[in-house]
Each structure stands twice: as structure tokens, then as C-alpha cells.
Design a protein around this ligand. Structure first.
Ligand SMILES: Cc1ncc(COP(=O)(O)O)c(C=O)c1O
Length: 344
């Protein structure tokens, strides 16, 4: 079975497991874990930021970011299908008490002009004050699309001018940086906060971090404690993350190449896939346009030995490439997919 459901399915490699078992450890709740401290230093350097806090998951990094800088009743604007808005169980409303306003985007990207048009900057007796713009890079629901640097710069310029914070949900930030051939700090240095995740393309079993300006992150450790996210010997996970930062970033280019191979083979075989939409490691397949029900299509694929998953969009399936899935796996997955979906 070739499982292409998601890059959260990665398993740690031998090198990573060795890094985990040899990492120096201490009690992270009292800042005595040297591996966590070293990871946080790595991240501030790489992302052009001042402070970092290790957390168990990207969801927690995003939610702490909101709790650090959005007051109750204030507004967050972002692309309407953003993970934080659609897949974090209502966290921004439940935890930070934020109003979320979803903007229509193109490949996950919205513009400074859209933010300017709706932002409420001064006090109003009626309208929620806008506090923050959320950028998801890469953007999951649009198919792992990377924000072009020019679009990011335009958004940063507008938000600077309007006095709005920018938070980057960079659960797949390193995919974006590899796809754009841009250093990570070229994407993140102007943001106020950035969430990064180690348990997707970087291949770790768990772990994420919130990185940002020191003044903004001042309450972050206290909030992490409230949420139950302060681990003890977290260096076991931070060791994996440090290993991933050293060994697993450049290789994301292989995942992106494999996704393009998959998309190209499927398109050549006549399936409704557009290789031009593949920026990084996601491939979308519109089975509704083949007259197929998603559940039935997934079952046929499973019976031919390949696992896809449901994309956010009705009638669309998703395959994701990642460490542990080789070019050969992807070529085999393409031929199984073609067989499953083109021969009744
Ligand atoms: C864009 C984005 N942000 C945040 C997350 C949350 O990651 P986790 O489920 O590891 O907390 C995900 C997970 O898929 C994601 O795709």
C-alpha cells in the first residue's frame, strides 16, 4: 500500500532517532533543557526573529500567537479557508475571543488592498477593531501553494502602514522557502509572529514552535503552561527538530519534484490534474468531474494499493508527497491511480 494521505504520516528516520536518543535533556518547564534552548536559538536565527517557544503542535503555536496579540472582540483577517479558521476547532473564537473574517483568495493569497478595504483601525462603538492579518504559507486548502514574495511584501507594506500585525502560519514554511528558492527569513523577518511545524514535511514525530518579536511573545510561556503545552524533557523532540533543520530542509525539493511527477503522469494519463498547480508537495484530483463519488473513488484507489484523502473542496482528492515516499513509490502510485480510476 502506498499511503499519500498527508505529510503528517512521516516516521522518524534512523538518523533522527539517534539524534533524539542522544540529545542532552533537562526540565524545559524551568528552561533547563539545553536541546530546546538550542533549537529556539536556531529558529530565531533562521527566521530573522528575536524569540522562540517550543510547543507540542502547530495548532498550539497558532493559538498562543493569537492569545499573545489579539484582544477579545478584535478581528483577525485571513484567507477564508485558512487552517486556523477552518480546522482548529474554533480556537481563535474560543480561546482569544477573536472575530475571524475570511477573505476570498487566489491560491491562498489575498492582497493588502483587500485588508485595507475592510480593516477597522480606530475605535468604533460597533465594529470590531482589526488587529492582525494571517498568512498561511504554504496554504494547505489551496493545494500547498506558496505565497509569492512580491505578494507577501505588498501585504507587509500595507499592514505596516495600517499598524496591523502579521502572523505567518508556517506549518509548511520550509516547503515555501524551498519552492521559492528564498531563505526562510526572507518570508518571515517582517512578521510579528510565525508558527512552524516539525511534524509535517520535516519528518519529526511531534513538535512545533512559535517564533516572533520578544515583546509580543513575552506572555507565550505562561499561556503555553495554561494550555498544558509545557513539556518536561522536551529535548527528545527538540533533538528531532534540530536534526530536521539540518538534514531535512533541502530534501523537500525531492518531495516537490515527486509531486510534479505524480501530477504529470496523471495528467498524461487523462485524469483531471493540472501540474501547473503543483508548487510544493500536494496534488489535487477532481474525481467529481469524472462522475465519481469521492468515497467510491477512495475505495477503488485503496483496492488498487494507493491511499489518497479527501481535500477540503467537494469532489476533490488529495495526495501528498513526503520523506519516506520515493520517486519509485510515486510512479507506482500514479500507475495504480490511473488503473483504479480509468478502468471501471
Ligand atoms: C497550515 C496548517 N497549519 C497548522 C496545522 C496544524 O498542525 P497540527 O495538527 O500538527 O497541530 C496544519 C495541519 O495540518 C496545517 O496544515
Amino acid at each position: 500500500m502506498i499511503d499519500l494521505r498527508s505529510d503528517v504520516m512521516t516516521l522518524p528516520t534512523e538518523g533522527m532517532l539517534r539524534a533524539m536518543t542522544t540529545a542532552p535533556l533537562g526540565d524545559e518547564q524551568v528552561r533547563e533543557d539545553p536541546t530546546v534552548r538550542a533549537l529556539e536559538d536556531d529558529l530565531t536565527g533562521m527566521l530573522g526573529q528575536e524569540a522562540a517557544v517550543f510547543v507540542p503542535s502547530a495548532t498550539m503555536a497558532n493559538q498562543i500567537a493569537m492569545l499573545c496579540q489579539v484582544e477579545r472582540g478584535q478581528e483577525i483577517v485571513g484567507e477564508r479557508h485558512s487552517h486556523m479558521f477552518r480546522y482548529e476547532a474554533g480556537g481563535p473564537a474560543f480561546l482569544a475571543g477573536a472575530v475571524v473574517t475570511g477573505l476570498p483568495g487566489t491560491a491562498g493569497v489575498f492582497t493588502g488592498a483587500q485588508v485595507r478595504e475592510i480593516a477597522q483601525l480606530g475605535d468604533s462603538e460597533h465594529r470590531p477593531r482589526t488587529a492582525l492579518a494571517l498568512v498561511e504559507d504554504t496554504h494547505n486548502v489551496s493545494g500547498g501553494r506558496a505565497w509569492p514574495i512580491a505578494a507577501l511584501d505588498e501585504l507587509y507594506d500595507t499592514c505596516d502602514e495600517l499598524g496591523l500585525a502579521v502572523h505567518i502560519d508556517g506549518a509548511r514554511l520550509f516547503n515555501a522557502s524551498v519552492a521559492l528558492d528564498a531563505e526562510p527569513d526572507r518570508i518571515t523577518a517582517r512578521a510579528r509572529t510565525v508558527a512552524v511545524c516539525f511534524s509535517k514535511g520535516l519528518g519529526c514525530p511531534a513538535g512545533a514552535a512559535l517564533v516572533g518579536r520578544a515583546d509580543v511573545l513575552a506572555p507565550a510561556r505562561r499561556i503555553r503552561q495554561m494550555l498544558g503545552g509545557s513539556l518536561r524533557q522536551a529535548g527528545v523532540l527538540a533533538g528531532a527538530a534540530r536534526y530536521a533543520l539540518q538534514h531535512n530542509i533541502a530534501r523537500l525539493a525531492d518531495d516537490h519534484a515527486n509531486a510534479r511527477i505524480l501530477a504529470t503522469l496523471l495528467a498524461e494519463g487523462g485524469l483531471p490534474v493540472d501540474p501547473a498547480d503543483v508548487d510544493t508537495n500536494f496534488v489535487f484530483l477532481d474525481v467529481a468531474s469524472l462522475g465519481l463519488d469521492r468515497g467510491a473513488a477512495l475505495e477503488r484507489l485503496r483496492s488498487h494499493g494507493v491511499l489518497w484523502s479527501n481535500a477540503h473542496h467537494p469532489g476533490v482528492l488529495r495526495a501528498v508527497t513526503f520523506i519516506g515516499r520515493s520517486e519509485e513509490d510515486v510512479r507506482t502510485a500514479a500507475s495504480r491511480t490511473l488503473k483504479a480510476l480509468t478502468t471501471g
